[in-house]
Design a protein around this ligand. Sequence first.
Ligand code: SF4
Length: 389
Amino acid sequence: MSKKRLNTPMGLYIHIPFCLKKCPYCAFNSYAGSEVSERYISALEKEMEWLSSLFGLESCAVDSIYLGGGTPSMLSASDLGRLLSTAASMFKLDKDAEVTIEVNPATVNSEKLKGFREAGINRISIGVQSLNDNKLNLLGRLHSASEAIESFRLARNCGYKNISVDLMTGLPGETLRELKNDLKELEQLSPDHISLYLLNIEKGTDFFDKQEKGELAPPNEDIQRDFFLRASQILQEDGYFRYETSNYARPGFESRHNLKYWTGADYLGLGAGAHSYLAETGWGMRWWNCLLPSSYCDALEAGRLPLEGCEILSREEALSEAVLTSLRTRGGLEEISLEKRFGESAFKTLITRAKELVPKDLILLEAGKIALTDRGALMADEIAMTITR
Ligand code: SF4
């Protein structure tokens, strides 16, 4: 494999698929009941080493590392430091790289947060979900509202200047007053970045089973849409900029790592179930790892990559993906960058179809650009399919 010369710095995603307890709504690749083992850490190191040498990425700049899960805050500070040092030795880690870890409030204290900072973390993303104990109970979270607030304050006191929180709305029975209270409490904390999600009940979760048995009311889609738009409006009035469908930031605090997914940049996903994407191979190549942590470790220990699947994108697939991912960003789909990659007629074809959605308040058309309104952001996938069909 020849040495790669990426035009823009790459991102690294490291998946830690372990949790203290499985939340009943969670469809992520995560498993309750085991610690982050030495075996798993070693497998991650092996995978980093292997991918770096396979694609000749040793001199490729990496300007973001994101530890997601699962619950990566179950890592000890020393194991986290070990992973970050290995990454720095396998790639050219930018000295100003954004290095994020997702934190579950039930797993951290001041000492741990300090240790993470000393290990190289400069951004934390706290899975708050709500600041209402009833909502947290319904979601089966292991922490209370006051523990979530406490972990936020501890993180600020430890010197973290870039803190994101996750907030979930659209729960069965949730009232608008509860949502507004959540937002008011958040405003007091003043996080730098907020990810706003609607509860989505997916197959394979406890919530899905309960819903099937009639024990849990399905979320009402009209109410969810209304709540999302209200929350979006309040956040924007509070000075947060919606730079991606579900993500809001104070100016300058957009997540560099998240933006890689939406702007077609290269990223390597390490760990069980992680996905990777390299744009430079034809129209792009993606691959993904096997889901089970034990199979992931088995493969690397046996000298194999832990691959579950791989695809080389065709021009049409790459175009659909570029449309979908760009539309998710506030910057939208830009004529110049689209035509540079896909040829002169690509944008003109899309804009004819996009014009039909303007009267429905789903799309904003500006010179050389197609973007989604707040209402359109709720239907990003459908709109992308409509204009690329
Ligand atoms: S803590 Fe996060 S990853 Fe783990 S089960 Fe709950 S929602 Fe899923």
